[in-house]
Design a protein around this ligand. Sequence first.
Ligand code: DX5
Ligand code: ZN
Length: 218
Amino acid sequence: MAARIYPSLLAADFAQLADQVGRVEEVVDGLHVDVMDGHFVPNISFGLSVIEDLRPKTGLWFDTHLMMTNPAFFFPHFKAAGCDMVTVHIEVAPDPSSMAEQARAAGLKFGLTLNPPTPFAAVEPFLPLVDNLLVMSVYPGFGGQSFIPDVLRKVERARETIDAEGLAADIQIDGGITPETGRLARAAGADIFVAGSAIFGQPDPVEAVAALRAALKD
Ligand code: DX5
Ligand code: ZN
């Protein structure tokens, strides 16, 4: 399947969110919405009311990355705010089966993610339950960090497993994605490329998306 590009809202100018998203809307495939609780990660980004206010301004798919210790409590609230999918960290839910059910009951697609040191084995048993497997290629919490190449092995393992078992999950990668690192992740088998600094952090975000897309061509 063709590579998909989701810009990360974290790198946008928060005083002009609707304008920033509108600028790239036609050239991207979804919007990556990073929610941080100041507890699971040492940073706070934005919450429900920002998502709710942005929702009527764009038709983009809201892919919500929940860097939170207690995400399930908020699933119905994220749905009400206009999110389409929630992705939670395996580090806060070692057995996410009931969380997957709760997300679906709330009307959301469900994803799992793992931090750079967390082994692929932690998520492998749950792949049949997910729409999205997000392989973090930086430690979550901040934009603008450098890509950690070791995580490519997890992308390769995930690709092999998903293909061998005929599973539906997409493989997403997030952190330090540029045309160069995106190309490596594409070769390893990733489907969805999240980029903050390399899109909203650039003087011309539309041109930046085009450069990333060109690098991801098979
Ligand atoms: C980091 C977030 C990322 C972040 C990526 O915790 O999950 O989505 O915005 O930023 P860049 O692309 O700048 O590494
Ligand atoms: Zn993210």
